[in-house]
Design a protein around this ligand. Structure first.
Ligand SMILES: [Zn+2]
Length: 246
């Protein structure tokens, strides 16, 4: 299922979006160190996800690949790879009128109600887990139970604090959430010190793929992705797990 396809997806010496091939990038929300693609609107983490999927050479097994809270650039990449097996999903399907395929209603606070056990090839999401109410481990276990052996779970989470913290209390104000978790609607924050510890309990039977075997620092530079996303734990870093047993 995984083969290293070291295709040359970027022109030599010109920073190019791996999703839409645009060579123009602009600052995002006034932050000059944040680069948004002028062509497809992708952020660093979206381009990193796209690069990962292109390089890992994942083949379509025919089972659904769910893309939660789909963003435009990755929707395009995953649709090209998985065709009719691509399933965009969200708790607010009505807010995706730009997508050319219906968005399925899925509430990740109860994944097993929506995802058939062993019936999914893969799950993809970026900056989603910090919004999901409930117990993180239980959420991950239910999501991962749905994945077929040989399938994958690819995601990105913001790293905001040194240590993991969460608070479901609905009485917390937007300001308090912003301060504690980095955004007004975040329920938790992942920590630079204990990220793996928190995540790994939900990934029994999975192997984390070392992306440096497929992607180089130069690849990142040429795709307007900070090299630190590959070499360190950042809010743009892609975590790619492959299911090796039930
Ligand atoms: Zn682009």
């Amino acid at each position: 299922m995984f083969t290293a396809e070291h295709e040359s997806s970027v022109d030599s010496k010109v920073v190019t979006c791996p999703i839409c091939s645009s060579k123009e990038f602009g600052a995002y929300r006034g932050k000059p160190n944040r680069l948004r693609c002028a062509g497809c609107g992708s952020h660093e983490r979206g381009r990193f996800l796209a690069l990962v999927f292109k390089r890992l050479g994942i083949k379509n097994s025919g089972l659904p690949v769910f893309h939660f809270a789909p963003e435009m650039g990755m929707a395009r990449v995953l649709q090209e790879l998985f065709h009719e097996a691509y399933v965009p999903a969200d708790v607010s399907p009505e807010s995706y009128d730009w997508l050319n395929t219906p968005v399925r209603y899925v509430d990740l606070s109860s994944p097993s109600k929506f995802l058939p056990k062993g019936g999914v090839q893969g799950l993809v999401h970026s900056h989603v887990l910090e919004h999901i109410p409930g117990d993180l481990t239980s959420t991950l276990l239910q999501m991962n139970e749905a994945i077929q052996v040989g399938g994958f779970h690819a995601f990105v989470v913001p790293i905001f604090s040194k240590w993991y913290r969460e608070d479901m209390n609905p009485e917390l104000s937007h300001e308090e959430r912003d301060e504690l978790f980095g955004q007004f609607d975040h329920l938790r924050s992942f920590g630079s010190e204990d990220f793996l510890e928190r995540i790994d309990v939900g990934f029994s039977g999975f192997k984390k793929i070392d992306l440096t075997e497929f992607i180089s620092e130069a690849d990142c530079e040429m795709s307007a992705i900070p090299v630190s996303s590959l070499t360190q734990l950042t809010s743009h870093s892609v975590h790619f797990y492959r299911k090796i047993r039930d």
